[in-house]
Design a protein around this ligand. Structure first.
Ligand SMILES: Cc1cc2nc3c(=O)[nH]c(=O)nc-3n(C[C@H](O)[C@H](O)[C@H](O)COP(=O)(O)OP(=O)(O)OC[C@H]3O[C@@H](n4cnc5c(N)ncnc54)[C@H](O)[C@@H]3O)c2cc1C
Length: 438
């Protein structure tokens, strides 16, 4: 790790914690309402950001309910930390904790993944064949990274021969840093891209391009290097005003941009990335790249009948109402997090706002009334532009910028305070969310 960088962040740490406190208090909902008596059987699929958070909140709100959480993973990953790990600023351990550390007392944790969901029969079947009947189901499985859709790619390649994969997990993010560090020592051709599907944290491929640019400059190898960003569509980001800013930054940083290219595969021996375009295939030679695969709902969800039938057919996001997050055909099913088929919001920051909405509608139903909470599409992405600078972009379904700190943090400016929000304040806020307290 670069000593200057660690000194920098330590010196400035107190300010970040102050900002973190601010972020947390802004996020805390009004004091929890009274406890509700019920004998309902509630099953939560997935114990990640959304699943752990709603589990904690429901355990506090409901008296007498049977709450079961289904997840075969022993590890919880703090995914917003992956970019920092892949930039040499944190170790892999920074993002790893135990799934059980975040689950409330009294919950039943089934340590297997769901293999099938039958929303007609109100039943989940686990990979080991256990059948779990429910009155209410909350789907919070996150998404699956479809590595197999990138021809020629294997996770064993990560960290060698210029191949990174920041999304693959904490250890792979650390291996990506080793590859990026070696690349930026020597310089060369860096090629970055995003997949053609919906994806979690759509700013992450852009941030990692800018971070690589920053390291090349710091090490004095930028002039001997070419950086290329390959986008699947015309717009570089889903919000027009942010796209304009990202395009400006790409120009300022001398990153060549290609549009309407969809990743097909990688030839690691020849160090080439292959893309499909409307005018035939295209190849880009690289010395360093960050593989981000297409992203889809997990197989059990895709086969369940819960997915949209006329949208995202190849991806399988579930058909929830975009404001209530309640399933449009199965009203005893709700969705939280990346699995939701809504126009925006595949970020942990969105999860923080999904959870109280689902809690409100579910608890209201148990009390025999109608819930009123509504999700407005809130999505937030600290878009890092270099080490020590970020833009804290926050937006809603209507593409409005909705800054949490108007007049304090300008969303489209590259600020040190926004960097601190990502580097220091985000994790405590995230952890508080897991406990159902943010
Ligand atoms: C590189 C990167 C950077 C990011 N940066 C940011 C950022 O700066 N800010 C931000 O807000 N967000 C960021 N995100 C996105 C954020 O991490 C996700 O949006 C968030 O974790 C989604 O929460 P979730 O509960 O939907 O899914 P997850 O947190 O992924 O949890 C899903 C859980 O479901 C489980 N599961 C999967 N399949 C099954 C099954 N069949 N049965 C049962 N359980 C199952 C998994 O084991 C997992 O525990 C980033 C993500 C990445 C990868």
């Amino acid at each position: 790790m670069n000593d200057d960088l660690s000194l920098d962040t330590t010196r400035r740490g107190f300010l970040g914690l102050a900002a973190g406190g601010l972020a947390l208090s802004a996020a805390i909902p009004p004091a929890a309402a009274r406890t509700v008596q019920t004998s309902a059987r509630i099953v939560i699929l997935g114990a990640g950001a959304g699943g752990a958070s709603i589990a904690n909140r429901l355990m506090r709100r409901l008296d007498g309910a049977t709450i079961t959480i289904v997840d075969g993973s022993d590890q919880h990953w703090y995914q917003p930390g992956f970019t920092l790990i892949a930039s040499g600023l944190k170790s892999a351990r920074y993002a790893i904790s135990g799934t059980g550390d975040w689950l409330p007392d009294g919950i039943e944790w089934v340590r297997e993944d769901a293999a099938a969901i039958d929303p007609e029969a109100n039943r989940v079947v686990t990979e080991g064949g256990e059948r779990i009947d429910y009155d209410y189901l909350i789907v919070a499985t996150g998404l699956t990274l479809d590595w197999g859709a990138v021809e020629g790619f294997d996770l064993d390649m990560v960290g060698r021969n210029g191949i990174g994969a920041v999304y693959a997990g904490p250890d792979y993010a650390e291996a990506t840093w080793r590859a990026m560090d070696a690349f930026t020592d020597a310089g060369g051709r860096g090629v970055f891209f995003r997949p053609p599907t919906e994806m979690k944290c759509a700013g992450a491929p852009i941030k990692y391009t800018f971070l690589t640019d920053d390291y090349l400059r710091r090490k004095g190898t930028r002039t001997d290097s070419q950086l290329t960003y390959v986008n699947h569509s015309q717009a570089l980001f889903g919000v027009p005003v942010i796209t304009e800013k990202v395009e400006l930054l790409m120009r300022d940083k001398d990153v060549e941009v290609h549009r309407h290219h969809r990743i097909k595969g990688v030839d690691a021996e020849r160090r080439e990335l292959h893309f499909e375009t409307d005018d035939g295939d295209a190849r880009f030679e690289y010395d360093f790249t960050n593989i981000i695969p297409p992203q889809r709902a997990p197989e059990a969800v895709r086969q369940s009948g819960l997915s949209w039938e006329d949208r995202w057919q190849d991806q399988g996001w579930i058909e929830v109402d975009m404001h209530t997050l309640r399933h449009r055909r199965f009203p005893n099913v709700f969705g939280i997090g990346d699995i939701n088929g809504v126009p925006k919001g595949k970020t942990a920051a969105s999860v923080k706002f999904h959870v109280p909405v689902v809690e409100d509608h579910l608890v209201a139903e148990l009390e025999g009334r109608e819930g009123s909470a509504s999700f407005d599409g809130y999505t937030s992405c600290p878009l890092i532009t270099r080490v020590g600078r970020a833009m804290l972009v926050e937006f809603d379904y209507e593409d409005n910028l909705v800054p949490s700190f108007p007049g304090v943090i300008a969303p489209l400016e590259e600020l040190w305070i926004s960097w601190l929000m990502k580097e220091i304040a985000l994790k405590p806020t995230y952890n508080a969310m897991l406990r159902g307290r943010a």
